[in-house]
Design a protein around this ligand. Structure first.
Ligand SMILES: NC(=O)C1=CN([C@@H]2O[C@H](COP(=O)(O)OP(=O)(O)OC[C@H]3O[C@@H](n4cnc5c(N)ncnc54)[C@H](OP(=O)(O)O)[C@@H]3O)[C@@H](O)[C@H]2O)C=CC1
Ligand SMILES: O=C(O)C1=N[C@H](C(=O)O)C[C@H](O)C1
Length: 253
């Protein structure tokens, strides 16, 4: 099958291209914003047009920016192709567009393509439900270049915790504290971002009570984890019917 890579010049996109080449896979087309910093094979179409990208691939993998994902989804509604979407920081309109596009083509959306985070989402849901009285605080650390905060992964982890307690995350999320904020309310879920250096990605979900606390950590030590995870789910997604899938569907979790 021929891959289309959205964000091919990015930190993860470059690794996707490298790994696919090493595995002798075909890259039909690549899309980025215009700043080309790597060379592509002569039979790979280079474009900034999502429609052209989709015409020249069998499946697209997207690690880019919300506006590029939006363009991709709009193009997929006209020219449906399976999509693996990993871009974070999507707004409500972009998420709704994904739902609309998934009626025409299979789409897998995951804010984190690592197996460890997929398992962590399961663990935190279980702990959140069992330790009902514990306060939940999530912290995430990423490299200095990350543009969205909190990370998509942290928001998904918070969603898993809230859902397990029958709460709506929008009602309980707290993403910053400063000044006279008063005591912590029982249900709030704190989500905090640290940015610096070259941290690939570290997430901690803490459950705090009087006399004890439990912290679950996940650390990504290489971006290859995300790239390899996306290729793995792409190989599963290509055989699926239209619909919106999660990484759990692809990994059978
Ligand atoms: N789900 C997951 O497992 C993971 C998700 N991510 C997410 O993936 C995304 C990309 O991360 P990262 O690789 O670090 O980012 P980079 O900033 O390194 O790369 C972004 C890529 O997107 C391209 N791009 C940006 N804007 C546009 C546009 N308007 N049209 C077309 N292409 C565009 C850039 O092109 P150019 O070079 O020309 O500017 C570049 O190729 C982020 O949202 C990040 O949070 C990251 C890691 C793991
Ligand atoms: O931008 C990144 O780097 C990452 N983004 C994803 C997120 O926002 O959760 C996944 C990973 O943590 C790296």
């Amino acid at each position: 099958m021929k891959y289309g890579i959205v964000g091919a010049t990015g930190r993860v996109g470059k690794l996707l291209v490298k790994i696919l080449k090493e595995e002798n896979e075909k890259i039909g087309a690549v899309m980025f914003n215009g700043k080309q910093t790597i060379n592509f094979d002569s039979d790979t179409i280079i474009t900034n047009d999502a429609e052209e990208l989709l015409k020249n691939c069998d499946i697209a993998i997207d690690f880019s920016a919300p506006i590029a994902t939006e363009n991709l989804l709009e193009a997929a509604i006209k020219n449906p192709k399976p999509l693996v979407i990993a871009t974070t920081g999507l707004n409500e309109h972009q998420k709704n567009l994904m739902i609309e596009a998934s009626k025409k083509c299979p789409i897998l959306y995951a804010t984190n393509m690592s197996l460890g985070i997929a398992i962590l989402n399961k663990l935190v849901a279980m702990v959140s439900e069992k330790l009902r009285d514990f306060d939940i605080e999530i912290t995430e650390q990423h490299h200095r270049y990350k543009v969205d905060a909190p990370s998509g992964t942290a928001l998904t982890l918070a969603e898993s915790c809230a859902k397990a307690r029958g709460l709506n995350l929008k009602d309980v999320i707290v993403t910053g504290r400063s000044g006279h904020v008063g005591p912590r309310s029982k249900d709030e879920i704190g989500v905090f971002a640290i940015r610096g250096g070259d941290v690939v990605g570290r997430h901690t979900v803490g459950f705090y009570n009087d006399g004890e606390f439990l912290e679950l950590h996940h650390t990504a030590t290489s971006r290859e984890t995300f790239a390899r995870g996306a290729i793995k789910v792409a190989k599963w997604l290509i055989n699926q019917k239209p619909g919106l899938y999660s990484i759990n569907d692809a990994l059978g979790l």
